[in-house]
Every structure is written in structure tokens, then in C-alpha cells.
Design a protein around this ligand. Structure first.
Ligand code: HEC
Ligand code: HEC
Ligand code: HEC
Ligand code: HEC
Ligand code: HEC
Ligand code: HEC
Ligand code: HEC
Ligand code: HEC
Length: 349
């Protein structure tokens, strides 16, 4: 705590929202003016952006709001900053990686869960991480993934080799070859790379060398977000409002999977659906026997499992009833549909 206290003492403002901000400005001024290496750059930058030469605290006190990105570049604002001053994401995450969080007595870099990042990012009350990954729990009920699972730790985020706001995690780092990893980065914080692109974001969006989810499109040239929702609130989200579109389209929360949600006439297809899926529902139960004969079964293993006994990729998200040869069969929501459900294995019969 004391490490963040300005040498001239705390600024005390009756408005709590202004109080901490003024303290940051004071601390920033003190550190830069006392730093022989960076002082000349600071003095030059203050002049260049038209701020008071006495520093940021005086600038703000004079009624001029301080914009960090005026000096520190940020791709969120397409602000190029002042040459020689580090990007805001780099300066911020790197400086704070080794500081001790008084709440845990650990450095922020050692933090392994979302509360570390929520010290600055919105979420402690707004729950910004609330989608399919954010809500996943292990068998003991502990959250399976946090911010670091996808983004790495503070040092990784602050890595000068990263381009902030454009080099972000992707889905295929974890979702590949029928597997779901729980960590998307290697020990150096670099994204895991696999050759399987079934669940991949598009290359080179929004610019060459990047691959952002929110600019990617999939089945029917639809945005990934049309069927999955926003980045940190993927269907099914724990906030009911986030699920509104999937509820409207198909009646339940989850990736939009029902072919009838969009197609008035359901195409009969073996691999033409989202991510190479077949038609779902009774039409497919009645039609799959031809394609599944002989070597055709191999194409089913990626989702139904190498042993054809089902995996999370063949899960039905609602209860379904199908007509089969001797009557009908009902499956509960969450059941991993498999080739032993209705007959004795992948050869039918
Ligand atoms: C007038 C230009 C200017 C503005 C505005 C500015 N900074 Fe800086 N800042 C600098 C310079 C120069 C440095 C030192 C060079 C560097 O670290 O890249 C620096 C360094 C930093 C550092 C590293 C800190 C350290 O002491 O090692 C952080 C963190 C930082 N600034 C955050 C901010 C934040 C947050 C804001 C907005 C509230 C802000 N800056 C506004 C010029 C500026
Ligand atoms: C399941 C993986 C995953 C988790 C967990 C995750 N993120 Fe992200 N995050 C992403 C992806 C993917 C993007 C890029 C989204 C895009 O295409 O714009 C991103 C982007 C961001 C951005 C840039 C702004 C934006 O929305 O594009 C911020 C800031 C961010 N994440 C912070 C966090 C914080 C803080 C946490 C923890 C509370 C967190 N993330 C947890 C995957 C994740
Ligand atoms: C000390 C405050 C602070 C902490 C702690 C913090 N962040 Fe940030 N983060 C920021 C600020 C400020 C920005 C905005 C930078 C900008 O505008 O370019 C930011 C931006 C980001 C971005 C988007 C820019 C980029 O580099 O792509 C990501 C992603 C991100 N943070 C992830 C995280 C994760 C993950 C954690 C926890 C391990 C974390 N942050 C902890 C202050 C913080
Ligand atoms: C850090 C690894 C990781 C990343 C990155 C990741 N996921 Fe996941 N995802 C998982 C895991 C693990 C599960 C299984 C969660 C569980 O056990 O409930 C999962 C489950 C899902 C599910 C199924 C949810 C359900 O209720 O059946 C969907 C859909 C999904 N992810 C979409 C995405 C999308 C879209 C992205 C990219 C924006 C993404 N994932 C990125 C690890 C990841
Ligand atoms: C037309 C709707 C649709 C579009 C568009 C779409 N998806 Fe999907 N996605 C689905 C369905 C349906 C599933 C569930 C498939 C399953 O259960 O095997 C799924 C599953 C996923 C999964 C999770 C697989 C798992 O382990 O459960 C990921 C990751 C994913 N999609 C990523 C993407 C990405 C990235 C894009 C954009 C490039 C995208 N999706 C576009 C419908 C869509
Ligand atoms: C969220 C909406 C959405 C969902 C859900 C969806 N599709 Fe589509 N599908 C589209 C769009 C849009 C196109 C492109 C139509 C065009 O180009 O005219 C398309 C095209 C197709 C095509 C190409 C041939 C054609 O009819 O144009 C096939 C095959 C197909 N979808 C099968 C499926 C199957 C099977 C499912 C269910 C597993 C499914 N779709 C679910 C929106 C969807
Ligand atoms: C891309 C993933 C994927 C592949 C590949 C795949 N399936 Fe499926 N299959 C699913 C999912 C998901 C369901 C559950 C759909 C539902 O009920 O919501 C399913 C369900 C089924 C059903 C029950 C019908 C239904 O709507 O639940 C049959 C039969 C079936 N699959 C046969 C096959 C055969 C045969 C193959 C190989 C030719 C195959 N599947 C390949 C994902 C896949
Ligand atoms: C929801 C029930 C159901 C599921 C799940 C299911 N099947 Fe079938 N399957 C049937 C029915 C009913 C028949 C026979 C009726 C028909 O051919 O229309 C059949 C027939 C077959 C046949 C033809 C057998 C013959 O002797 O002609 C093959 C091959 C087959 N299924 C493969 C698969 C594979 C592979 C899977 C798993 C990926 C699978 N089935 C999952 C209901 C199912």
C-alpha cells in the first residue's frame, strides 16, 4: 500500500472517483520528475501535448482533463502517443506485475485468478467474465478458467512484443482435435498453436497477422458472435440478458445449433452445417444410415469419439425424442449422443 503513496502525501478529494485519480497523477509526476533517465522525455512530452509544464496534477487542477493515451499509445483509441513513451498496456501491466496486492500479500504477477485483473478491470461487481468459459467449474465446484488461462499473467500481457488490443487469445488454442484445453498459452505466455482449424477464428482480421474473434465469420458468412455471443459472455452466459438472441432464435441458451432457427427448409447434409456438422433432428436420424456405412463412420469420430461412445462435442443441449425402429427413444439434455444409443455401435444393426 505504502509503495503507491506519493512522497508529498495523499491527495484527499471529497469525491471518491476523483480522489484516486488525483493520487495517480501526483505519483506519476513525482516518479517522472525524479527519474533522471525519463525526466527529459517527460518534460518534452508535456510540452508536446500542451499540458502544464508542472505536470499532470497541475494540468488537471487547471481544468484540463488528462488523457493517458495522449502520451502512451493505445490501439483502443487509435492514439499514437508521443514517440519514445511506452504503449499504455505495456507501461501499466509491466509496472504492476511485481507489486504486492495487500489483499492477498502476493504479487499481481503471481495471481492466478480473475480477482487479480479485477483490481483494475471492471468485473468485481459487473462480472465481465460470465460466458461458457468463465462459468465452467471442476468437479469440486472451483472455477476452471480465469483471465490468465487465456491471456497469460501480467508480465505476459505487458510483453513489449505484443500489439495491444490486436494480439488477443483465440478459440482454437483450446478447442482443437476434439479436445478442450483449459489453458491457451504456453509457459512464456504465447498462444498454443495447432493445425486443426475446425473451431478457428479467421486469419488476417481485422489486419494482416491478427485473428480477432469479433471480426471473424463462419457458417453462412455469419459473424461467430451471431451464434456464440460476445467474447467474455459466450452462450450460455450466466447473465440472462446476454442469452436473449439465442433464446429468441431457438428457445434455449447455448450456441445457436438448431438448423430451423435460420433455415425454413432444413438442408439434408452430412458436413454442410456449422463447423462441418450434419443436419440435426429426426431428419438426420432417418438419413444417416447411408453415409455412416463402412469407412464413412470415421468422419463421425471427431465429435462422437474414437470409440463412438459420445463426447461433449456430440452433446444435445435439450431433451430430444426420436423415432427409431421399434418405437421411440428420449434423451435428456446434456446427453452425449452416441452410436450405442439406438443400436449396438457404429455399424448400426
Ligand atoms: C505528458 C505525457 C504523459 C501522460 C499524459 C501520461 N504519461 Fe505515463 N509516462 C510518461 C513518460 C514520459 C513515462 C516514462 C517513459 C515510459 O515509461 O515509457 C511514463 C511512464 C508511465 C508508467 C511507468 C511508470 C513508472 O514509474 O515506471 C506508467 C504505469 C504510466 N506512465 C501510466 C500513465 C497513466 C495511467 C497515465 C494517465 C493517467 C499517464 N501515464 C499519462 C508520459 C506520460
Ligand atoms: C476464454 C478465453 C478468455 C478469457 C477467460 C478471458 N478473455 Fe479477454 N479476450 C479473449 C479474446 C478471445 C479476446 C479478443 C476478442 C476480440 O476478438 O475482440 C479478448 C479480449 C480482451 C480485452 C480487449 C478488449 C476486448 O474485449 O476485445 C480485454 C481488456 C480482456 N480480454 C480482458 C480480460 C479480462 C480482464 C479477463 C478476466 C476477467 C479476460 N479477458 C478473460 C479471451 C478471453
Ligand atoms: C494496474 C491496473 C491493471 C491490472 C491489474 C490489469 N490491467 Fe489490463 N489494462 C489496464 C489498463 C489501464 C488497460 C488499457 C490500456 C490501453 O488503453 O491501451 C488495460 C488493457 C488490457 C488489455 C487490452 C490491451 C491489450 O494489451 O491487448 C488486456 C487484454 C488486459 N488489460 C488484460 C489484463 C489481464 C489478463 C490482467 C490480469 C492478469 C490485467 N489486464 C490486469 C490496467 C490493468
Ligand atoms: C483457455 C481455453 C479455452 C479458450 C481460449 C476457449 N475455450 Fe471454449 N471451452 C473451454 C473448455 C475447457 C470448455 C468446457 C467447459 C466446461 O467444462 O463446461 C469450453 C466450452 C465451450 C463451449 C461449450 C459450452 C457448453 O455449454 O457446452 C463453447 C460453445 C465454447 N467453449 C466456445 C468458445 C469460443 C467461441 C471461444 C473463442 C472466443 C472459446 N470457446 C475459447 C476452453 C476454452
Ligand atoms: C451458424 C452458427 C455458428 C457460427 C456462425 C459459428 N459457430 Fe461455432 N458452434 C456452433 C455450434 C452449433 C457449435 C456446437 C457444435 C458441437 O456441439 O459440436 C459450435 C461450437 C463452437 C466451439 C466449441 C466447441 C466445443 O468444444 O464445444 C467453438 C470454439 C466455436 N464454435 C468457435 C467458432 C468460431 C471461432 C466461429 C467463427 C469463425 C464460429 N464458431 C461460428 C455454431 C456456430
Ligand atoms: C444462425 C443461423 C443459421 C443456423 C443456426 C444454421 N444455418 Fe445453415 N446457413 C445459414 C446461412 C445464413 C447460410 C447461407 C445462405 C446463403 O448463402 O444463401 C447457410 C447455409 C447453409 C448450407 C449451404 C446450402 C444452403 O442451403 O444455402 C447448408 C448445407 C446449411 N446451411 C446447413 C445447416 C445445418 C445442417 C444447420 C444445423 C445443424 C444449419 N445450417 C444451421 C444460417 C444458419
Ligand atoms: C462436428 C461435430 C459432429 C460430427 C462430425 C458428427 N456429429 Fe453426429 N452429432 C453431433 C451433435 C452436436 C449431435 C447432437 C445434436 C443435438 O441433438 O442437439 C449429434 C447427434 C447425432 C445423432 C442423433 C441426432 C440428433 O439430432 O441428436 C446421430 C444419429 C448422429 N449424430 C450421427 C452422426 C454420424 C453418423 C456422423 C458421421 C457421419 C456424425 N454424427 C458426425 C455432432 C457431430
Ligand atoms: C437417435 C438414434 C440413433 C443414433 C444416436 C445413431 N443411430 Fe444409426 N441408426 C438409427 C436407426 C433408427 C437406424 C436404422 C433405421 C434407418 O436406417 O433409417 C440406424 C442405422 C444405422 C446404420 C445402418 C445399419 C444397417 O444395417 O443398414 C449405420 C451404419 C448407423 N446407423 C451408424 C450410426 C453411427 C456411426 C452413429 C453414431 C455416430 C449412429 N448410427 C447413431 C438410429 C440412431
Amino acid at each position: 500500500m505504502l509503495a503507491a503513496k506519493p512522497k508529498a502525501g495523499w491527495v484527499n478529494d471529497a469525491d471518491p472517483e476523483k480522489d484516486w485519480k488525483k493520487n495517480i497523477l501526483r505519483l506519476h509526476d513525482e516518479r517522472k520528475f525524479a527519474d533522471p533517465v525519463n525526466k527529459p522525455l517527460y518534460v518534452q512530452a508535456l510540452a508536446k501535448v500542451g499540458y502544464n509544464a508542472a505536470g499532470l496534477e497541475t494540468t488537471a487542477a487547471g481544468g484540463k482533463p488528462v488523457l493517458c493515451a495522449a502520451c502512451h499509445s493505445s490501439n483502443a483509441l487509435q492514439a499514437s502517443g508521443v514517440f519514445g513513451v511506452r504503449a499504455l498496456t505495456h507501461a501499466l501491466h509491466t509496472l504492476h506485475a511485481p507489486v504486492t496486492d495487500p489483499a492477498t500479500n502476493q504479487t499481481l504477477n503471481a495471481g492466478t485468478n480473475r480477482s487479480t485483473c479485477y483490481t483494475c478491470h471492471p468485473g468485481s461487481t459487473t462480472q465481465c467474465l460470465r460466458g461458457a468459459m468463465g462459468n465452467a467449474v471442476d468437479t469440486s465446484g472451483n472455477q476452471e478458467m480465469g483471465c490468465q488461462s487465456c491471456h497469460g499473467n501480467m508480465t505476459n500481457v505487458g510483453n513489449v512484443a505484443r500489439t495491444g488490443w490486436l494480439q488477443e487469445p483465440n478459440c482454437q488454442a483450446c478447442h482443437h482435435d476434439g479436445v478442450r484445453e483449459t489453458v491457451a498459452v504456453d509457459a512464456n505466455g504465447l498462444p498454443l498453436v495447432w493445425t486443426d482449424t475446425r473451431f478457428a477464428t479467421n486469419p488476417n482480421v481485422p489486419a494482416s497477422g491478427y485473428s480477432l474473434y469479433r471480426f471473424s465469420t463462419g457458417h453462412g458468412a455469419l459473424q461467430c458472435e451471431a451464434c456464440h455471443g460476445a467474447t467474455h459472455a459466450e452462450y450460455p452466459s450466466s447473465h440472462s440478458q446476454d442469452n436473449a438472441q439465442s433464446l429468441d432464435l431457438q428457445g434455449y441458451a447455448g450456441p445457436v445449433v438448431e438448423c430451423t432457427a435460420c433455415h425454413t427448409t432444413v438442408p439434408n447434409t452430412t458436413t454442410g452445417g456449422p463447423h462441418g456438422m450434419h443436419t440435426i433432428g429426426q431428419a438426420w436420424v432417418s438419413a444417416h444410415h447411408d453415409v455412416a456405412k463402412g469407412s464413412g463412420q470415421q468422419a463421425c469420430t471427431v465429435c462422437h469419439g474414437a470409440d463412438y461412445r459420445g463426447t461433449p462435442l456430440s452433446k444435445t443441449r435439450i431433451a430430444r425424442t426420436f423415432k427409431v425402429e421399434n418405437g421411440s427413444k428420449t434423451f435428456a439434455a446434456g446427453h452425449d449422443m452416441n452410436c450405442y444409443d439406438c443400436h449396438n455401435g457404429p455399424s448400426g444393426g
